[in-house]
Design a binder for this molecule. Structure first.
Ligand code: GDP
Length: 175
């Protein structure tokens, strides 16, 4: 008999870094170059099977809609309240997006549940010729803050499932 554990996961980061695209890749294994910002279902779910006995089900909340309605940082705690894990995304071709990611991480460290599992994720590795954020810089920052760090491409799918599997492995799974 396998056991299923459910966790709330939120995505945070500057607009257009690829948060919704990462969710679409992870949940449906699709990518859309011309996708409009998502509004619709409050959240999507996807499971990660760790072994025969253990299935982790993610309830994924994407901020896309919230940004559109200009929900401010001060209202954001409503969104990540009770979140078990967060993927904070930046775009490796936009240096400013790493600054925004740092702001979100500080915010989570101050306001979210102290047990929250945070992954920092540099997206759009397929555009590496336009890279502005080095791997060294991002990795150093993640190490200093004790965060997991990944690079992904929602477009090619590179690295995407690894982010969610690594988070699943870090979550507290108790019988
Ligand atoms: P969000 O606002 O953070 O949710 O970002 P979106 O998921 O809406 O993506 C913003 C834009 O970047 C869209 O045009 C996507 O097609 C594009 N995009 C997202 N991820 C990638 C990626 O890994 N590579 C490339 N080349 N484009 C991406």
């Amino acid at each position: 008999m396998s056991k299923q554990f459910q966790f709330k996961l939120v995505l945070l980061g500057e607009s257009a870094v690829g948060k919704s695209s990462l969710v679409l890749r992870f949940v449906k294994n699709q990518f859309d170059d011309y996708r409009e910002s998502t509004i619709g279902a409050a959240f999507l779910t996807q499971t990660v099977t760790l072994d025969d006995q253990t299935i982790v089900k993610f309830e994924i909340w994407d901020t896309a809609g919230q940004e559109r309605y200009k929900v401010s940082l001060t209202q954001a705690p409503m969104y990540y309240r009770n979140a078990n894990c967060a993927v904070v995304v930046y775009d490796i071709t936009q240096a400013s997006s790493l600054d925004k990611a740092r702001t979100w991480i500080r915010e989570l460290q101050r306001q979210a549940d102290p047990s929250i599992v945070i992954a920092l994720c540099g997206n759009k590795t397929d555009l590496a010729v336009r890279r502005q954020v080095t791997q060294e810089e991002a990795k150093k920052y993640a190490d200093e803050e004790g965060l997991m760090w990944f690079e992904t491409s929602a477009k090619t799918g590179e690295g995407v499932s690894e982010v969610f599997t690594a988070i699943a492995k870090k979550l507290p799974l108790s019988a």
